[in-house]
Design a protein. Structure first.
Length: 237
């Protein structure tokens, strides 16, 4: 499942989260992100749409259609390919004609090929700032390919035995969380400060989990809202 965001340039204190939802159909969200960017452009809001997807999506028709239209109309959208080297169970390199499935196709749509180390937070941040600045200034879309790796299988039911053990071991050494933690320590950030940040983060996650588990089950009026043309699914029975 993948995500699209609309990034606001105005009040950061607004209650809206600007999250447009997720879709399990591979590639389906790219045209939606393009449409969101067109809406922002048409309304002159200064917003930019950000669309995240996996490497396998680059072989879906919607990927090419969305990039082409976004480039033609110079839409404020940033496409981010999270290339973890594998699709569901297949290595992307075994079914793709170019080494970088996203970046190597950027030129076909008049875009610069951008490849970043997806495990380096600073490199990703720098690429994101540049792409968003480009989008908001009317220069059109960007396509970023971030190289990273899955720690586990595609799903909980996937033992991921199709990946070489040595490859997995090597990539796990590049886990961005402990790597960046060490970078902060090297820059002089105190261990106690990092400990406080980690404890606070864990507390927030635990509180959110407890709140979700304790919450009431949603009723049909909410679960089925905007799903059926007549307002409900009772007709199916």
């Amino acid at each position: 499942m993948h995500r699209r965001h609309l990034t606001p340039t105005r009040s950061p204190t607004e209650s809206r989260r600007w999250m447009m939802g997720s879709y399990a159909i591979i590639g389906a969200h790219l045209p939606i992100a393009t449409g969101a960017a067109w809406s922002a452009q048409y309304r002159g809001t200064g917003q930019a749409a950000v669309c995240f997807f996996g490497d396998g999506t680059t072989n879906i028709g919607a990927f090419h259609e969305a990039l082409n239209l976004a480039a033609v109309w110079k839409l404020p959208v940033v496409f981010v390919c999270e290339n973890n080297l594998y699709m569901e169970y297949t290595a992307i390199g075994s079914v793709t004609a170019v080494p970088n499935p996203a970046a190597d196709r950027a030129a076909a749509y008049g875009l610069q090929p951008v490849v970043v180390d997806g495990n380096d937070p600073e490199a990703v941040h720098e690429a994101a700032v540049a792409a968003l600045s480009r989008a908001r200034s009317g220069e059109g879309p960007s396509l970023i390919e971030a190289k990273t790796y899955r720690h586990g299988g595609h799903s909980r039911a996937d033992p991921a035995k199709y990946r070489p053990a040595a490859e997995v071991e090597e990539w796990l050494k590049r886990d961005p969380i402990p790597a960046y933690r060490q970078r902060l320590l090297d820059l002089g950030v105190a261990e106690s400060v990092l400990g406080e940040i980690e404890a606070e983060s864990a507390r927030l996650v635990d509180e959110a989990t407890a709140e979700a588990k304790a919450g009431p089950q949603p009723g049909e009026d909410l679960v089925l809202k905007d799903i059926w043309a007549d307002g409900g699914a009772t007709w199916r029975n």
